[in-house]
Design a protein. Structure first.
Length: 272
């Protein structure tokens, strides 16, 4: 097809769209759109987009895409990717490249946030007491914390010490936990806590032989009301509570209902 035939075809197609618009909506076209102007729109330089729009687009990428690709496209994108506003919310659970140095990446992202980090979810594959301490030392305004627990790298004392540094915390989610957290200490350290989600592994079976005695000492029994009583005593502002694989009794449940008057949603899944 020649350039002339392409032009004729495109012009005809454009005229059909203009005719349909005029007949269907009863509007008059006051300007003519040429093929050249359409091509110019197709070739629009993304660097010319408003910074806030570019930021909105880049925020939809994964962490590894931003750090490994987007920030290397041009100077403007690199400037945007290094802006602290890009790093208010972080979810490392979306990163599936297990050969990546996640610990270094997570530390780098926390540094980029410059203390403005508000929400972070950390995957259990690389979480440790050391990394958790690094995050909370530099993110005192943190409002939401999601932890995938992996032992023995994460301990009960490590969690309590880290959470004590973020008193503005409103949401705490702990998954795959096989230790008994000090919920009373956590509640007193975070008086604004409104959402608590605990997904426990429950009592370990024969596979627990791979843990040493120091770690086993950190793992408490789950078939009691200790967690419920700690929540009732120290978390009066809770609105949402989720307890998975927890063997609390009716006594513990009633204590929660009495001690958390603002509770709106309670999800409880018992462990057999």
């Amino acid at each position: 097809m020649t350039a002339s035939s392409k032009m004729t075809s495109s012009t005809t197609l454009l005229s059909l769209f203009m005719k349909e618009d005029e007949e269907g909506r009863n509007k008059k076209t006051t300007t003519s759109t040429t093929l050249e102007s359409l091509l110019m729109k197709e070739r629009r330089n993304w660097v010319d987009l408003p910074p806030e729009l570019t930021t909105s687009i880049l925020l939809r990428l994964s962490l590894t895409d931003i750090l490994d690709n987007a920030q290397k496209v041009c100077k403007e994108w690199r400037r945007i990717c290094k802006d602290p506003s890009m790093w208010r919310k972080i979810n490392t659970r979306d990163c599936l490249m297990y050969n990546f140095d996640f610990v270094s990446m997570c530390r780098h992202i926390v540094d980029l946030s410059q203390g403005g980090l508000l929400e972070i979810n950390v995957d259990e594959h690389f979480l440790s007491d050391s990394l958790l301490s690094y995050i909370t030392d530099r993110s005192r305004n943190l409002r939401s914390l999601g932890l995938g627990m992996c032992f023995p790298r994460v301990t009960k004392l490590g969690v309590v010490n880290a959470i004590a540094k973020i008193p503005l915390l409103e949401t705490l989610e702990v998954t795959h936990s096989c230790i008994k957290l000090d919920l009373k200490a956590i509640g007193h350290a975070c008086p604004q806590l409104k959402t608590l989600k605990l997904n426990s592994l429950g009592r370990l079976g024969p596979a627990s032989d791979k843990y040493d005695s120091n770690v086993l000492d950190d793992m408490g029994p789950l078939e009691c009301d200790d967690d419920a009583l700690a929540i009732a005593e120290s978390m009066p502002k809770l609105h949402h509570l989720q307890l998975m694989a927890n063997r609390l009794t009716n006594t513990g449940l009633n204590a929660i209902l009495d001690g958390c008057p603002h509770l709106e949603h309670l999800t409880q899944v018992f462990q057999d």
